[in-house]
Design a protein around this ligand. Sequence first.
Ligand SMILES: Nc1ncnc2c1ncn2[C@@H]1O[C@H](COP(=O)(O)OP(=O)(O)O)[C@@H](O)[C@H]1O
Ligand SMILES: N[C@@H](CCC(=O)OP(=O)(O)O)C(=O)O
Length: 375
Amino acid sequence: MNARERLREARRVVVKVGTSTLTHDTGKLDLRRIDHLVRELSDLRNQGKEMVLVSSGAIAAGLGRLGLDKKPQSIPKKQAIAAIGQGVLMHIYEKFFAEYGQIMGQVLLTKENSVRHNQYIHSRNSLLAQLSMGAIPVINENDAVSVDEIKIGDNDNLSAMVATLVDADALIILSDIEGMYTANPAQHPEAKLIPEIHEITPDIQNLAGGAGSALGTGGMMTKIQAAQVAMSAGVTMVIASGGREDVIRSVLAGEAVGTVFPARESHLKVRKSWLAFGKRLAGEIIVDDGCAAAMRSNGSSLLAAGVVDCDGAFHRGNTVRVLTEGQQEIARGIVNYDAETLHKLLGHKSGEFSHLVSGEVPEEVIHRDNMVLMV
Ligand SMILES: Nc1ncnc2c1ncn2[C@@H]1O[C@H](COP(=O)(O)OP(=O)(O)O)[C@@H](O)[C@H]1O
Ligand SMILES: N[C@@H](CCC(=O)OP(=O)(O)O)C(=O)O
């Protein structure tokens, strides 16, 4: 079964809708679009699917309510606008969902809700409980209290975190564009839509540009980051246009719309998904090609002999990214050494460790049980 066919069987679906889809060019909310979105979600819920909505738009709604036309620079002002706008947004969602006979629950998350294992589990349990009651959780980042240190920062990454958290079958990201193109069509009108992307390579990352509008956050870059998380966690992701009629239904009917990022086969256990996608990333380890091949094909642990460099002031127990020398992310995992020790040991076999550092050091830089492959 290919990825499009698998989408027909998706039971639990996360839909993310960006500011660009929820607003007119004037910056004001596009009520017709929001109504259609809620109607489609409600109809899919009526078909027995479990639906979760990750909605941006709080800042746009707040600006609209205050009669402002651009985001302020200061953090407290942005937070205030988000606080005002989130209420406006939820009022509209509640009104439309109630009209279509659905129950919704508001959930506001920050990075803090995922970095600690117990918080990750609490967030997961709350969302699963809402689904078991037949409700549609409507999620946004808690922008009113978030500052950079605790921010996820964009709702593309937030939606991938949510899809992982609830073990979704599919994540549909709705934007103001049909999918991922060979270049940003705003600057390159000749760019072509890419129907399917199997692996997030550095070449694919280079095709992704920033946001297309003043209100959007992250553009295609954050959508590609979300795809990498979703695919590795066993969630098939699709980027499609929120302006297309019945777009969610079409995606879930397996029709060839947008860009699909097929899930890798196995679903991760909750602990592994938290480890790779919930925790803060503290640094990077660069490995040689032989080591990358052993990790990818045999699921081998990462040994110091295969490490060529590392970056970041990470400590033992932190989660780090593992990259090839060509900058492709191949794994994430809990590191057994701090950065200083790894700098001394990289390129060496474990038999040589006692000459290089004092005291006991584990044989593996990252043990296979504490590692998630990203390719
Ligand atoms: N390779 C690309 N393919 C498609 N869109 C791209 C690409 N690179 C950058 N973009 C830009 O990303 C925008 C969508 O992201 P964004 O503005 O953040 O919207 P949203 O509010 O839906 O998250 C598109 O309108 C486009 O201008
Ligand atoms: N949390 C913010 C949106 C952040 C964001 O990622 O925006 P977008 O790129 O439009 O999905 C808000 O509600 O305004």
